[in-house]
Design a protein around this ligand. Sequence first.
Ligand code: BDP
Length: 652
Amino acid sequence: MFLPGGPGVLGALCLCAVFNTVDSGMLFPQESSSREVKELNGLWDFRADKSPNRNQGFERAWYKSRLAETGPVIDMPVPASYNDITQDPSLRDFTGWVWYEREVVVPARWVADEGTRVVLRVGSAHYYSIVWVNGVKVTEHEGGHLPFEAEIGSLIRKDPTTPCRITIAVNNTLTLKTLPPGTIQYMSDRTKYPDGFFVQNIYFDFFNYAGIHRPVLLYTTPKAYVDDITVVTDFLDNTGLVKYTVSVQGATTATLKVTLMDKDRHCVASSSDQSGVLKVVDVKLWWPYLMHENPGYLYSLEVRQSDERSTQDVYTLPVGIRTVNVTSTQFLINNKPFYFHGVNKHEDSDIRGKGLDWPLIVKDFNLMKWLGANSFRTSHYPYAEEILQMCDRHGIVVIDECPGVGIKDIRSFGNASLTHHLAVMDELVRRDKNHPSVVMWSVANEPAAEMPPAEYYFKTLIKHTKGLDPTRPVTYITDSNYARDKGAPYVDVICVNSYFSWYHDPGHLEVIPIQLNTQFENWYGKYHKPIIQSEYGADAVPGLHSDPPMMFTEEYQNVVLQKYHDVFDQKRKQYVIGELIWNFADFMTAQGITRVVGNKKGVFTRQRQPKAAAFILKERYWRLANETGILPPWTKYPCSQRTFTYAHTLFL
Ligand code: BDP
């Protein structure tokens, strides 16, 4: 593991770290009559450790006193990436440890009541984090896109008169064994590079934003509490089936009351067992957006846990009742064919980088609905839980991807990498298993799956994921290199990315029909599994025009889309079950000669304004929705194109 100039604190820590244990639940924090939540978002003190070996913070134990006492600090918003917050290029491009600190006044009753668990939770921090409370280490976590937490009650009770000082050190270094992988390269030629010069190499196409990306909060539970709930749903005719398991911690015996309520809070089924099957008569199924007039229907599963005297803990889980199945040519939701007409996204925006931002989230959902998109893939890492909750409520279908992107070096197929990859899948499934919107797991994007160790690697990874969740299909995303199919025998759905007339035969739009046709025939011919075109597209600099079309103009992007669409229209009658545009919006990347301030394949700009391609896609997606789904009556096609466009504008 890296630390420039030294053996590396990160390396030493990794050896002794308790990695990502998943023997407890990771329920989304929520307020209830037994639980309180205190958000710690806002300004934190911040310092990047710019010492040559990035190790000064540990050598001088910055966690032992207030950060402002050990050196200068700046304001840093949480959640946000730190990279684009200042005017300092060395912070934008920083690699190594950064330090965050915040003092919190904990409510006196939390401290006084020994029966209250106080949990510190970080929604995500990129990439490796160590957390101290009042100078005492409480947890560490590897991985940038998933939550971690620690019980800190006993620590804050040690000295109730002092505020609770939370210090979080975060290191964004990527190595061959991290997910995503990367390498640190030292440049030792002193005629070319200054002393200590190194670069972080990455093998993926988005900026390695870093920092505390999702909310940090304190929440309470009683000593005996609902630790986890797992729900699997099915239906038979008009009866919904909700198979559930509740796990309780902190009590040897627990009395439970499990109540399933409809949207009007009427009880539709209940039980007092720790696990069982609830039957829902006249079930309202969870349907995707544009597949039903009432998409995203959610019941609430209220779990009350009590002892002989009183209710101890209450937790309520949203539950959508739906099934997912795959045949050799179809993707079925509630036994009806579902066609993915959607987008690939990134968590990415101006200034915030990958920091969670509610205005952006809501804007993006409005844009997806405007576009008529019914789905997206969380390319190339797990997105915030808040986003998945929106998907549940709006009926937007999700392919949930882990951060296995850029696995290109043979050394990243070793045992240590595989063990970590399995652990990340454990954490991802633990977090997202109950979301009805999540219909498939993606274990990697464009790995070098032609390499000899890839077959064992993906066989193990996919089997493991199916073992964690037998109810959802599993895929990995391949590119158009057919040799990269070593994992394909184990997936349920083939997902292919291709960039004909862009990376291959640039400028030759006329090759798209034949090459795309060949792509589909080859994959289907060999594997007889349904196929999703999981990426396709072209860069377009907004406002750049040419006719006849040239690369990087809006016209060229339009034609690429149209030519792909023509082939999709033939193949979707056979075994192509979806199309996801690359990309929903322009996004930031590392600097390089093929990127003009980021990747410009968005149909929206980074500021979420439409390029011409957005209108082409909108027209198509509404047309597809009309053919394959159920739209509210006034949006029905055929009617004149003008009425149709006008009607669905009204509908939105
Ligand atoms: C694909 C990658 C994606 C890139 C895209 C591109 O999966 O991350 O951003 O290419 O080059 O191969 O635009």
